[in-house]
Design a protein around this ligand. Structure first.
Ligand code: CTP
Ligand code: CA
Length: 224
């Protein structure tokens, strides 16, 4: 008898995905965040599960919802929380796709009480967060590691540099220069760059379609 599941190309594979923004606390009522909607990561999670993968979706605060028996959602808030959750799962996965818009800096000190309005200017001291993607590139064994790059200038050069520096198998360059591409929209215009320097440019399309292109590329690479 033919079991349909046996034809699913990611059956038996574990995929870790990060999605959404992170929120870095300033005080009990304020944070530093960004406009990431989480859509891209959630679409990648759904596309992976539809191909039979077991998915761990580690997401910052978003309005996205997903309900699928193969998708385990782990909500986190800060870059530091996301780092811990990712490292808890990374050793068990075959593929890791880091699409979250992680804060690069966080307040050095978090005020324990609400900061009151006083002087006419206020300076917050920020410190770097840990680079989650780079930390995975540094420890990866057999995992296929995918990063995203958000660039506004020198796009290809910067993305290639990130691929090398973070020891990735593939980087997805997100073009913010195009109308309808990026953070809040339902569509995206991307370019894939793999570790053999093969560059594939795509037209503007839905984030669901981008997710399918990405998984096709990953399948091609891991089955090569
Ligand atoms: N990333 C991460 N942890 C961080 C910062 C970024 O895991 N603290 C990941 C993102 O999820 C993305 C990739 O790194 O997959 C690239 O993010 P991007 O913001 O484009 O690059 P950065 O390395 O942060 O450099 P910059 O923002 O200066 O361009
Ligand atoms: Ca960044």
């Amino acid at each position: 008898e033919n079991n349909i599941l046996e034809t699913l190309p990611l059956k038996g594979k574990k995929v870790l995905i990060t999605a959404g923004p992170t929120h870095e606390a300033i005080d009990p009522v304020r944070f530093i965040g960004n406009h990431s909607s989480g859509k891209m990561g959630f679409e990648i999670a759904k596309a992976s599960a539809n191909l039979g993968a077991e998915v761990v979706l580690i997401t910052g605060p978003t309005h996205q919802k997903v309900s699928h028996n193969l998708i385990h959602v782990i909500p986190v808030v800060s870059a530091n929380d996301m780092y811990d959750a990712v490292h808890e799962h990374f050793k068990m996965v075959d593929i890791a796709i880091l699409s979250a818009a992680v804060a690069d800096y966080k307040p050095k000190e978090v005020a324990s009480q609400k900061i009151k309005k006083k002087a006419s200017t206020l300076t917050l001291e920020l410190e770097k967060t840990k680079d989650i993607l780079a930390s995975l590139g540094a420890i990866k064994t057999n995992q296929y590691l995918v990063g995203f790059a958000l660039e506004t200038n020198n796009e290809l050069e910067n993305a290639k540099d990130k691929l090398k520096r973070k020891n990735l198998n593939l980087i997805v360059l997100n073009s913010l220069n195009d109308i309808g591409a990026g953070f809040k929209s339902d569509t995206n215009k991307v370019t894939f760059i793999d570790d053999e320097d093969t560059v594939t440019k795509f037209q503007l399309k839905s984030k669901a379609a981008v997710a399918n292109d990405l998984l096709n590329k990953i399948l091609e690479q891991i089955n090569a």
